[in-house]
Design a protein around this ligand. Sequence first.
Ligand code: KG4
Ligand code: ZN
Length: 342
Amino acid sequence: MNKQKEVRILAIETSCDETAAAVVVNGRDVRSNIISSQIALHTQYGGVVPEIASRKHIEKIDGVIAEALKEAEMTLEDIDAVGVTYGPGLVGALLVGVAEAKAISYARNIPCIGVHHIEGHISANYIENRDLKPPFLCLIVSGGHTHLVHALDYGKYEILGRTMDDAAGEAFDKVARAIGLGYPGGPKIEKVSQEGNPQAISFPRARIAGDAYHFSFSGMKSAVLNYLNGCRMKGIPVCQADVAASFQQAVIDVLVGNAVRAMDETGIKKFAIAGGVASNGTFRKAMVQACSSRGVEFYCPSPVLCTDNAAMIGAAAYYDYLAGIRFGLDLNAVPNLKLGER
Ligand code: KG4
Ligand code: ZN
């Protein structure tokens, strides 16, 4: 048997609007990564409708798992453990993945490992960077979270900073809606920004008082709304591309500003980014530059591993598996699960 050599994890992710399953061997070797996106379904409502998301997960999950196993050329008999996101996220959506994982774990008598969604995003960096090991700094920028963490070890994190209000991705989505781009906002703002001038409008870059590496994006979002209102009242035409590019630049300046401060103040020479916003090309370029000018090694997953996927959950679950972490059949969805909690 090759079980001594290989740990084969079936991973499941259903925390928001992607139904995803993957087979990951030894934490870094992705044999399949299937993502069934519900974006088209939610677009007509301008954002994710939780009840619709849950129902769609139920419809899709069995087929997505079957496809992940098929692409990996495995059956459930070949799987050593199931990893699943159990929080944070939409409770109804999380429950679908958690119930599925527990059913497989019970039927096959294999361990079930609950994974924190943010830990999954961080772990996406391990997949294409086989030599990356903690400690390193990581900036996770998604639709629900903006966290600057010190990854001390596998599964051990010190949170250096977090958003005090909106997440960066949430601000992208809200601004996109306000300028008529619709959902999902991030990729649309990035595309339109290519035609715009990032210096056209000066939106505020909030800096939280004190030493903490915290973030705030709601003031920036309000500044965009005020600007749009002002234009409307004065009858000035709005240049969508300039608003998008100027807003994107303001968000990136804040993200990179805190990242750079953390690099300089901690002296840690490895920096990773993760989460949906980390797929933004302008942000990636700015981080590459900030890191290279300081002699800091920079890591970022391919765009498909930045947005929600199950391969990242398989990577995180592997290190929990090695640490002997196991969850029972009482595993439940925890919509507001904190990083570092179990
Ligand atoms: O990590 P993710 O897929 O889901 C969450 O865990 O939230 O992140 C989704 C977020 C959305 O807010 C989306 O607008 C944003 O990431 N996003 C982007 C880009 N692609 C996705 N933001 C800026 N630029 C992008 N290219
Ligand atoms: Zn996510």
